[in-house]
Design a protein around this ligand. Structure first.
Ligand SMILES: [Zn+2]
Length: 174
């Protein structure tokens, strides 16, 4: 039977680099008189300290003085290759069914990313024949994807949290 261990979550301080909780100055706040900040890379909007997608609002605001052009923390993490989650898939079963498993993974990641600005896959890297490493912008997404694979295929799922950084390593093997 599968192992499903989530008991090791640390309460370590969140990193400050990308404007997590605890940061005093908010680098993404719109300036006075502006309605929102807009990511020039992914069109995400920032209003009331929250990131979201709204194509109509983005189109209306783009290029006007009512919006502040920024690069959102998610796009910065992708550019700078700064993952907060790792998911490693491995095993003989995975090697046999790789296409199917990876398709499920990509669909699930796309579904989550279309709703949540913060959650995005940074890279997927094949390591040899039977291993794949997925880097994600959040701990949440790596955990979510690991659970989705586990729900679909069983196997073994393990979570390891960093003591100091916002960083989780999720391992699925079958
Ligand atoms: Zn962005």
């Amino acid at each position: 039977m599968g192992r499903y261990d989530e008991s090791k979550k640390s309460s370590g301080a969140k990193g400050k680099k990308f404007g997590h909780v605890g940061r005093v100055e908010d680098p993404y706040l719109p300036e006075e008189g502006q309605e929102a900040s807009l990511c020039s890379d992914c069109n995400a909007l920032y209003q009331n300290k929250r990131w979201f997608y709204d194509e109509k609002l983005a189109q209306r605001l783009a290029g006007t003085a009512k919006v502040r052009q920024v690069v959102c923390p998610t796009c910065r993490k992708v550019k700078e290759q700064y993952p907060e989650g790792y998911l490693t898939l491995s095993g003989d079963f995975f090697a046999e069914r790789k296409d199917e498993v990876v398709t499920l993974l990509k669909n699930e990641a796309a579904r989550v990313s279309s709703r949540s600005v913060l959650d995005r896959v940074i890279t997927m890297t094949e390591i040899g024949k039977n291993e794949l490493e997925v880097k994600t912008t959040t701990e949440k997404l790596a955990q979510h994807l690991g659970r989705a694979i586990y729900r679909a295929y069983k196997g073994e799922l393990d979570f390891r949290w960093s003591e100091t950084n916002p960083l989780v390593r999720v391992y699925w093997t079958r």
